[in-house]
Structure formats: structure tokens, C-alpha cells
Write a protein that binds this ligand. Sequence first.
Ligand code: HEC
Length: 145
Amino acid sequence: MIKNCALAAAIVLAGLGGARAADLDPIAVRQAGMALQGGDFAFIRSVVAAKGDVTHVEDAASAIAEWAALIPVLFPKGSETGGDTKAKPEIWSDPDGFKKIAVALGEAATKLAAAAKAGDADAVAADTKLVGQQCGACHKAYRQK
Ligand code: HEC
């Protein structure tokens, strides 16, 4: 279910191509996507903490991997300020550094999904930690408190 929400957001984004792009508020979209991702990741961590059936986290991990690929395009020029964005100016002054962490998140989440699919609880625990490190690293450098 959680995965379906994140996926729906991704599909909506994909469907809103060029012609409608002007109507799309990137700040609202990225905050909503991050919130969905937060839910997915909380679910994954709760399964790991409870030593539950790790195969159940595969879908949430895959959704995070898909979402990670969208993160860089949701911070276009012109969205530095507005709404209640917590984005730091460093996103635009150091786009490569920002993108690098988004890529690392995608890779960690892809690994996590594979470990979940295989039912490898130890690998899922390690990869969950790795995913969490990417969230933390990016927020520390690129998000205001
Ligand atoms: C590449 C950078 C990057 C990565 C990786 C990243 N985030 Fe974020 N996140 C941000 C930025 C920047 C914001 C602030 C966006 C804004 O306010 O415009 C944010 C905002 C959020 C928010 C607040 C959303 C809201 O409602 O305003 C949550 C929750 C969140 N992130 C969770 C996560 C989780 C969980 C992960 C890891 C699974 C993660 N993020 C990974 C950059 C990142």
C-alpha cells in the first residue's frame, strides 16, 4: 500500500510532461514525495527492528529506489525559495554533490530490495543502515533544520 502511494506520485510526475510543467509546484511535489518516502523507510526500519519477515520490505525499498532517481529533477532552478521549503542554497551551488547522494540512495535502496527479495535478514539490516546514512548525509548538507 505504502509503495503504491509513492508509485502513484512517480506516475503522476511522469505523466505531467513538458506542456503542464509550468503548473507543477516542484516544492509541493518534492515535499510530498519525501513524506511518502519517510513513511516507506519508517516501515522498513520497523520490520528490521521487530525482526519481522524481511521479504515484506521489498516493495517499499523498490519505491525508494525509483523515487531517488527523481530527487535531482525536483529541485529545478527557480525553486530555491517559496512555500515552506527547507532546501539549502547548496543544492544549486553544488548540484553534483547533491546528485551524488541521490544516486547513492538509489543504489542502496536497490541493494536493499534485492536482499529483501532473497529473504536475507542480515543484508537487509545492513542495507537499511546504508539507506539511512544517505538520508542523513543529504539532509545534513542540503536541508535546513
Ligand atoms: C539527495 C538529497 C536527499 C536525500 C538522499 C533524502 N532527502 Fe529527504 N529531503 C531533502 C531535502 C532537500 C528536503 C527539503 C525539501 C523542501 O523542503 O523543499 C527533504 C525533506 C524530507 C522530509 C520532509 C518532507 C516534508 O513534508 O516537508 C522527509 C520526511 C524526508 N526528507 C525524508 C527522507 C528519507 C526518509 C530519506 C532516505 C530514505 C531522505 N529523505 C533522503 C533531501 C534529501
